[in-house]
Design a protein around this ligand. Structure first.
Ligand code: SAH
Ligand code: SF4
Length: 363
């Protein structure tokens, strides 16, 4: 059981709420009422849960078991409608969560952008850790190191804080989740998986509207394939051979490309599902036609698509953004070889909200 003083009720599943109801001498249906208040209704505090008797609410509050949503400290709005939220947890650690109206998951993309008054669908990019330990050389989050894992409640709490801020109606509006914010979700696996279950069973996200990205934590890719409820899988490939990958992603020294590709080939895909490979293009490092041809060889026989991301620059990052033309040539080579490939539009670069730019910047 998580530390209730830190987490309150958010993050508890039905089973855990049920044992709390029992402990407080309440009938079983109180657990359902609590669950409904926490997740589908997204209520911010026990005081607003009018279905529960006041003495029970007071007893819970006395034990530190209130509903505590992570707090939006600041938000920054981009000219393209993207909003970057700086969100603080009970211990004052902060993470970033990003709202992208119209989505940017590589599959939508009619190229239009919607301001927040008229979005048709949106994507929330969620953090899984405070910082990250994987230390990819092109990523600003890496510069923080890892402070700690987020609890399941803190992961779900980011989503709820953003849904409430945007006043989203889950019955009528279409929202996707990508676990592509700060941190490596597969290095916080149990909390990540628990959050997924609460988002599916509680908040109302179909698993098909969620994608998790990993830098390639091999044992967890295997575990993930065996989960009964799971988001789609994205793998940060980012290079076409071990020499380059090892030089920009230290994790490649532990699990090299041959092992990673074998795990991808073995991954139990569902009907019509594909693995997404993300590939950050770094000028002069991994963006030549020869690299594209190596990628094509690597991906042979894997049901997949590729999302190409031109490097989003940042202070302390030693790489350059490739010219648009070389991005296009790279993409065309993949497409000609029969691999669906998309160039991801950078979202919210002006407010440091784009891929790899999350660093808890407060301005
Ligand atoms: N830690 C996980 C989840 C974060 S996803 C992972 O790395 O997969 C973040 C995505 O943004 C990854 O695909 C990563 O390769 C990419 N990325 C990191 N830094 C970037 C940058 N500076 N510009 C563009 N993409 C970047
Ligand atoms: Fe961590 Fe992902 Fe950034 Fe690599 S790209 S440092 S795994 S957040």
């Amino acid at each position: 059981m998580p530390d209730p003083l830190q987490d309150g009720l958010l993050g508890l599943d039905y089973q855990e709420l049920s044992s709390i109801a029992q402990k407080f001498g309440q009938p079983e249906f109180r657990a359902r009422q609590l669950f409904d208040a926490l997740y589908p209704q997204r209520l911010p505090a026990l005081d607003s849960v009018s279905t529960l008797p006041k003495p029970f609410r007071a007893a819970l509050q006395q034990e530190g078991l209130d509903i505590k949503h992570p707090r939006v400290e600041k938000s920054f709005q981009s000219t393209d409608g993207t909003i970057r939220y700086l969100i603080s947890m009970a211990d004052a650690e902060t993470v970033e969560t990003v709202w992208m109206p119209e989505g940017d998951d590589g599959e939508t993309g009619d190229g239009t952008e919607a301001g927040d008054s008229e979005w048709h669908r949106a994507t929330i990019c969620v953090s899984s850790q405070v910082g990250c330990a994987v230390n990819c050389q092109f990523c600003l989050t890496a510069l923080l190191g890892v402070k700690r894992n987020l609890s399941a409640g803190e992961i779900v709490g980011q989503v709820i804080a953003v849904l409430n801020d945007r006043q989203v109606d889950m019955e009528r509006q279409r929202v996707n989740i990508v676990f592509m914010g700060m941190g490596e979700p597969f290095l916080n696996y149990p909390n990540f998986i628990k959050a997924v279950r609460l988002l599916v069973e509680g908040v109302g996200f179909p698993e098909s509207r969620m994608t998790v990205s990993t830098s390639g934590i091999l044992p967890r890719i295997h575990d993930f394939g065996a989960e009964p409820v799971r988001p789609k899988l994205a793998i940060s490939l980012n290079a076409s051979n071990d020499q380059v990958r090892g030089s920009i992603m230290p994790i490649n020294k532990k699990w090299n490309l041959e092992m990673l590709m074998q795990a991808a080939r073995d991954f139990p895909l569902r009907n019509r599902e594909r693995i997404t490979f993300e590939y950050v293009l770094l000028a002069g490092v991994n963006d030549s036609p020869a690299h594209a041809r190596e990628v094509i060889e690597l991906l042979r026989g894997i049901r997949c698509k590729v999302n190409l991301i031109a490097l989003n620059p940042g202070p302390g990052i030693q790489f350059g953004t490739p010219a648009e033309q070389s991005v296009q040539i790279f993409k065309d080579l993949l497409v000609k070889a029969g691999i669906p490939a998309f160039v991801r539009r950078p979202r919210g670069r002006d407010i440091y909200a784009a891929c790899g730019q999350l660093k808890r910047t407060v301005a």
